[in-house]
Design a protein around this ligand. Structure first.
Ligand code: ATP
Length: 314
């Protein structure tokens, strides 16, 4: 049994150092919201299974090899002989503005089959299932795989965490709202940016978005506020944590790192304030490091943010 099961698309990631159209060299890595969370959790000492699909190609090999190297269990991952592994290009266009280009239509990850989820649960039900709103937007099969996972989670008493992660290039807000609202009865921990909250609400709701979510049975509604930190809403009321002060070098992946920190403390049985504290810490590590997941801290490194500028750790 793993602490956490997650599924979604992980792509080969190429990262340039300036305008893409000028050419030059690119760094090769992998990226995917759910596998970013998986790596973050694994570095913090939790057992995590990733059940995505990659092509039967060298790019897929890179994805699986990277996740394995990070201690993520990929025994439930599938290889699709008829579709390639997806590709993402990161184009740092201004010091604080990165453009992202996707080549994922028809990819192996977008064709993830519901059977893969059965296999992932058959190996032992996890304590937490983590899904994002990206996977159901990839295609009908991937959406069905998520619904299957939600039903299996309910059958096995597995807690469900959903990060809304709305991607307007993949689907409309109306499509996202229809799908994700149907998921809410299965969700224990909802994580969203404040501008994503309306997607999860019935139209014309009279009270605050967070109260509507709690009334719908969500146990914890966690709102990410970028450099302002985050707020968790629960039956105990709202609890806010400011962001950790760091020099931001790359905001990509902050949300996923935040989720990893939050779930790590939840798995430890820590209270809401500790969950939020670890989440803003891991989120800050992500913005202070280049790459989607590369800067994720181990448990021993969590305290490093308290070190002053210029500190040399010997
Ligand atoms: P992304 O989609 O780029 O991964 P997101 O929109 O999902 O990001 P954010 O709200 O930008 O998520 O960031 C998640 C968390 O990371 C924030 O709640 C905060 O704790 C931390 N964070 C983000 N930006 C900064 C920053 N500039 N300085 C310190 N911490 C930050």
């Amino acid at each position: 049994m793993s602490d956490v099961l997650t599924l979604g698309e992980t792509m080969v990631a190429l990262r340039g150092s300036g305008p893409l159209k000028l050419g030059g060299s690119l760094d090769l890595s992998v990226a995917g919201a759910e596998s970013n969370v998986a790596i973050g959790l694994s570095r913090l000492g939790h057992t995590v299974r990733w059940a995505g699909a990659v092509g039967d190609d060298e790019a897929g090999e890179l994805v699986l090899r990277t996740l394995r190297a990070e201690g993520v269990d990929v025994t439930a991952a599938t290889r699709d002989a008829e579709a390639p592994t997806g590709l993402i290009l990161f184009e740092p266009r201004l010091p604080e503005v990165t453009r992202v280009h996707y080549y994922r239509a028809g990819s192996a990850g977008s064709r993830l089959a519901p059977d893969a989820v059965d296999a992932a649960f058959a190996a032992g039900a996890p304590r937490v299932l983590h899904l994002t709103g990206i996977t159901p937007a990839l295609g009908p099969s991937a959406a069905e795989a998520c619904r299957r996972a939600l039903r299996l989670a309910r059958e096995h008493d597995t807690q469900v965490c959903l990060d809304v992660n709305f991607r307007s290039r993949l689907w409309s807000s109306e499509q996202a709202a229809t799908e994700l609202r149907a998921w809410l009865p299965y969700v224990d921990v909802l994580i969203a940016s404040d501008d994503e909250l309306p997607l999860c609400l019935p139209s014309g709701a009279a009270t605050t978005p967070e109260q509507v979510l709690l009334d719908e049975g969500i146990r914890e509604a966690v709102v990410k506020l970028g450099a302002q930190g985050a707020t968790v809403h629960s039956a105990e009321g709202p609890l806010h944590s400011p962001a950790r002060e760091v020099r931001a070098v790359d905001a990509v992946g902050a949300g996923d790192a935040f989720v990893a920190g939050y779930l790590s403390a939840l798995l430890d049985g820590a209270d809401l304030s500790t969950r939020l504290d670890r989440a803003v810490t891991t989120g800050a590590f992500a913005v202070a490091s280049r790459g989607d997941w590369e800067g994720a801290p181990t448990r021993a490194e969590l305290g490093l943010l308290k070190a002053g500028p210029g500190t040399v750790v010997r």
